[in-house]
Design a protein around this ligand. Structure first.
Ligand SMILES: [Mg+2]
Length: 432
């Protein structure tokens, strides 16, 4: 009888949502991996990186020249009534802060933090008129990650345990880098280099792309996996030509070769490379399960690469992982550090992590999120191990954070009480 009358643990409600930009030094990218110094390798210095703007001479030299880092870091904190805080990050900067504070906070403040599905659905539906992809979904992502972090802290468990526990003892990791030789020395299980030239550089550029890859193949030897990231820069015929030229040099996969909306183009490349051993990958700039469904339906890629801090957070990512598993497709997320690692430990079809080397010359391991989380776990000898800590297991450093659209405590309290005291008046009926 006792069994506490079946009573379960009482959870605090969410008291407040806060959104911050980061005003850190230029050498600290925070959550925007492109917000780096001008002479950083990931900006295309000194070797260029082909991108969707490469066809415009004025913007061809570096990626920051067209504002790849225009938005910058967005940090979201959700605080529960008991003072426990969860943290999520994404790209979004000041415009992202506006959306979180002035629109999305109403769906979160006052809610039970366990109701992640309800909050996600309300945020998604309420932004359909201006959202669906890009910034609004990135804002939803940061809130969702903060909710999972909060839930983990309230339950005193790591997020991977909340998702169903570990499916693997250790998670192997490859490095995205300008220096595959150093990646190999550091113990990574493979390396991915950026594609330097695109169609606007003509046949000469294509030749140089093959030479660069060949040089790295000779440097790292025949057995070290090498991949190529094309950052939405190519066309269907160019991709096919390049993949065929690199196949004999042991190209493991070719990534994001077309703009994300070229669903037909991805299918055409799949058809043309049907007999190739080169794997096709994409989707770091895809959003929500609706976008991923298009890619899965057309069976155009072998590996999906969602960014967990962009596509809709953990709540949406676990749906995509399930969809991918039913299609025999692997999920190897883009960057996103701890947010990826926890997801990947929890699901069988997420076999490998990406670590983007964000040191300016790609010669040492530095935290993916810069100074945001001083205790961010780092890869070592080819694996990423997670410490036994609740939530995503990291501590936010707030030194460089600013809250541009600060709302008063009264405003949050009023918003929270609307949700906390809401009672449904529904009469029983078939609700469809
Ligand atoms: Mg990529």
């Amino acid at each position: 009888m006792a069994a506490a009358e079946g009573k379960t643990k009482i959870f605090p409600r969410i008291k407040c949502v806060r959104a911050y930009v980061s005003e850190s030094k230029p050498e600290d990218q925070g959550a925007d991996c492109h917000d780096v110094e001008d002479t950083h390798w990931i900006n295309g210095y000194p070797t260029p990186i082909a991108n969707p703007m490469s066809g415009y001479e004025q913007y061809a030299s570096t990626r920051k020249s067209w504002g790849i880092n225009a938005l910058g870091t967005l940090v979201v904190e959700v605080e529960a009534d008991d003072g426990t805080c969860g943290v999520g990050v994404t790209i979004g900067g000041v415009p992202g802060c506006y959306i979180v504070e002035n629109h999305l906070s109403r769906f979160v403040e006052g809610q039970d933090p366990r109701d992640v599905e309800l909050m996600w659905d309300q945020m998604f539906r309420a932004t359909l008129n201006y959202g669906r992809k890009g910034l609004p979904i990135q804002c939803i992502s940061a809130i969702d990650l903060a909710l999972w972090d909060l839930l983990g802290k309230l339950r005193n468990e790591p997020v991977y345990a909340l998702l169903g526990g570990k499916t693997k003892q250790r998670l192997p990791v490859y490095s995205t880098t300008a220096r595959p030789d150093i990646a190999k020395q550091l113990g990574f299980v493979g390396a991915k280099i950026p594609c330097a030239y695109g169609p606007s550089d003509g046949d000469e550029g294509l030749k140089k792309n093959v030479e660069i890859f060949k040089r790295w193949r000779e440097t790292v030897g025949p057995d070290f996996p090498l991949m190529l990231d094309c950052y939405m820069a190519l066309t269907v015929p160019y991709t096919v030509k390049l993949a065929r030229a690199l196949e004999p040099l042991g190209l493991k996969w070719i990534e994001e070769f077309l703009p994300p909306d070229s669903y037909d183009g991805y299918r055409e490349v799949r058809e043309a490379l049907r007999s190739s051993t080169v794997l096709l990958t994409t989707a770091e700039h895809e959003y929500s399960r609706y976008g991923y469904q298009l890619l899965l339906n057309s069976k155009c890629v072998d590996i999906l690469q969602p960014d967990i801090s962009w596509l809709g957070g953990i709540t949406e990512a676990r749906r995509i992982v399930a969809m991918a598993s039913a299609n025999d497709v692997l999920v190897i997320p883009h960057g996103s550090s701890i947010y990826s690692y926890h997801l990947q430990y929890a699901f069988r079809n997420c076999p490998l992590a990406e670590f983007i080397n964000l040191s300016p010359k790609a010669d040492k391991i530095v935290p993916y999120f810069g100074g945001l989380f001083p205790d961010e776990p780092l890869p070592s000898n080819g694996f990423i191990d997670l410490p036994d800590r609740p939530g995503f297991g990291v501590t936010l450093c707030k030194d460089s954070l600013r809250r541009p659209f600060q709302r008063s405590d009264e405003e949050s309290r009023a918003q929270a009480s609307k949700n906390a005291t809401y009672k449904s008046q529904e009469k029983p009926h078939m609700p469809f």
